[in-house]
Design a protein around this ligand. Structure first.
Ligand SMILES: Nc1ncnc2c1ncn2[C@@H]1O[C@H](COP(=O)(O)OP(=O)(O)OP(=O)(O)O)[C@@H](O)[C@H]1O
Length: 247
């Protein structure tokens, strides 16, 4: 199989910070419609890998191919336009705008000059906003000011703001941190639906949640892959228990 058969093919990826290799010769391949979870102890390099995929951190060496495009040579905004969406841990929603307006402003056409509030609302934009709001459990709250949503609902709204851009690869850093048990279950259902038509990479520490969503789990340790496979496989891997799960 050539590496263009994967949505994402990372090969021999390394980044050094003052000589310290936070990611060290990483190879990682993600399939179409795959939901991959990356786990590992603090400082393993998980966030740094996502930072390199979205262009926030430049690789020292190696390759990141997304649908055959070399991302290491592209700027952050070009990577977004190519179809890679990234959600950070803290929600970056517009608190003073309604749920509807937050989704509208994220629609690709309005992305440039803050123009989403000005451009004529077309039926297809409207329909897409309603579809996404339905997916993220906010269809009854479209008129609510985003700042008044619960913590979990804010996280879902931010996922919705990414979905409205229709990325082929969506990356989420600890999406259920601070959520209630019920919100975690709903987020698992949401991610299982999201990956039906795109690939998803999730960094997560909550193993109950990982079990519910992961197609495959990659365990990072000191910038390298320690283990990889199904949740059952990595859970029973002695090395993983020693450095991570046993703690
Ligand atoms: N810009 C940077 N400059 C220097 N060191 C950095 C930089 N970014 C990350 N590091 C270091 O690289 C290592 C990996 O960090 P990273 O945040 O990727 O780990 P992580 O696996 O996401 O951990 P956590 O679970 O705590 O979020 C850490 O030792 C961190 O201090």
């Amino acid at each position: 199989m050539s590496n263009t058969d994967f949505v994402l093919a990372i090969e021999d990826l390394t980044v050094s910070f003052d000589g310290f290799k936070a990611v060290d010769g990483l190879n990682l391949y993600v399939d179409k419609n795959e939901l991959r979870v990356v786990i590992g102890p603090n400082g393993a390099g998980k966030t740094t890998v996502l930072d390199m995929i979205c262009g926030k951190t430049k690789a020292t060496s190696g390759s990141i191919k997304f649908k055959g495009m070399e991302l290491t040579k592209m700027a952050e905004h070009q990577i977004v336009r190519a179809g890679v969406g990234r959600k950070f841990q803290t929600p970056s929603i517009y608190e003073n705008l309604s749920v509807f307006e937050n989704l509208e402003i994220s629609f690709p056409r309005g992305r440039t000059v803050f123009g989403a509030l000005m451009f004529k609302r077309t039926a297809d934009v409207d329909q897409r906003i309603h579809e996404v709001a339905d997916m993220i459990y906010l269809s009854d709250l479209l008129d609510k000011e985003a700042g008044l949503l619960s913590h979990g609902q804010k996280q879902w709204l931010e996922i919705g703001m990414l979905l409205i851009q229709d990325p082929e690869l969506l990356m989420l850093d600890e999406p259920v941190a601070g959520m209630s048990v019920r919100e975690r279950e709903q987020t698992a259902d949401l991610l299982n639906r999201i990956c039906q038509d795109r690939s998803v990479i999730v960094i997560e520490h909550d193993m109950e949640f990982v079990k519910r969503i992961a197609h495959k789990v990659t365990v990072l340790h000191q910038g390298k892959i320690l283990s990889q496979g199904t949740m059952e496989q990595v859970q029973s891997d002695e090395r993983v228990i020693e450095v991570y799960l046993g703690h």
